[in-house]
Each structure stands twice: as structure tokens, then as C-alpha cells.
Design a protein. Sequence first.
Length: 247
Amino acid sequence: MTARTALLQVAINGQRSEPHIPRTPADLATSARDAVAAGARVVHLHPCDDHGTPTLDAQSTAAAITAVRAACPGIALSLTTWALIDPDPAHRRRLIGEWTQLPDLVTANQGEPGIGDLCHELLARGVGIEAGLLELADAHTFVSSGLAAHCTRVLLEPLDTEPDVAVAHAAAMEEVLALAGITLPQVHHGDGIASWAVNERGLRRGHGMRTGLEDTLFLPDGRPALDNAALVEAAVQLMAEIDIKPV
């Protein structure tokens, strides 16, 4: 019997401040390369400025994209548009509109002000949208927005710290999408150790998963993860236990 397949993404840095989080273009490229070698098929990252602070600045974004693309040819690259980096919707759109190097995709959290306009502007520039749902209200917002028809996939990413609560939250968001007839590919992940429970449930339901130092600093058994490659290796092992191959 042929094993099922599922998308495996890696989110290599995010907003975390731990010393082993990659931030410079060179470190992002090395971490992405190692994660891809371990089995990741999409790389998500947050470009950082010269001080290591996540930014949407065009120069920093171009440097990160150029470095990671050189290290990971043929791998889809996803960037953030998170309002936590710049909470002013108009200013955020202006910064992103100045990007000279474009990623293949962006994550766009559906609960953020002005996200619909930003998504349409990026779609017009040929950038795919991964619609991020962090809570149940975001799922309802996404359904009513009509944006689903234009998105590449949807990310279900509950941030609850307790695994059982996070799994139930993901299930509730999935139900909203199902009742609305939205059949976009889904990628499931959470935060911290709860991320692994959300990953496993999503895989068993036929969805993709995401891991990486943005999402969790811990392996499934609770040990600290040395790097993104270690998290991807654990994800590949989890997939193998369910007879799933990463794609």
C-alpha cells in the first residue's frame, strides 16, 4: 500500500529571542538548508534588521530572501506579514508594497485589521496567500471575507498552551471551514509543546503540518530542540508512525 503524503513546512525563527534562533541572512540560509535536508518542503521566515529585530523593511527582506533562495533552490519560501512587527495597517502595507524581492507566499493572519486589502495587493503581485487562523473568530472572519477562493492554503494555528485545549480549538476552526464548504489545503500547528498534539491530529485527518523554532522550542518528548533540523526530523518521524510521507 502506498503511504499517504502531507505537506511539511518549517518556520525557522519568528519573534522568539533565544540565542539559537537564526536572524542574519547567513544564519537563516543555513538553518533553512538543514531543515530542507531533514525533510521540510516549505520554509517560512521572519526577516530581521541589523539588530536582529524582525522587520518588514524591503532591504532586510531582500537580503533574507536572496540568501535562503540560494541555499534552498526550488523550495517555496513564505514570509510573515504579522501585525506584531508593525501594528499600523497603512504603514505595514506601505512597507510590504516596497518589497523588491518577493516570496512565493506570505502568511496573513485573518484577524488583523486591513488584512484583506493587503492580501489582494500581494495577490496582484503574484504572491500566494497562506491564510492564518489563530482563533475561532478568525475562521468566521475568513469565511465571510470571500478570500478563500484566492488563497493557496489555510493555516490552523491555535496558540493555547494546553495540548487538549489547542486540539479542541483546531477542531472547532476546522468545523467552521467545513460547514462553509471551504476545501483549501490545510496546515495545522500550535505553539510550544501543544504544537505536537495539534500536528498529530491534523496529520491523522489528512492535513499538512508545520514545525520549527517559531512554533516550538521542544521536541515531542519535551527535550529542548537544538535547531530547526531536529524539529523537522521529529516531524518526519511522527509522519512515519502514521504512515505519511512529507511532500
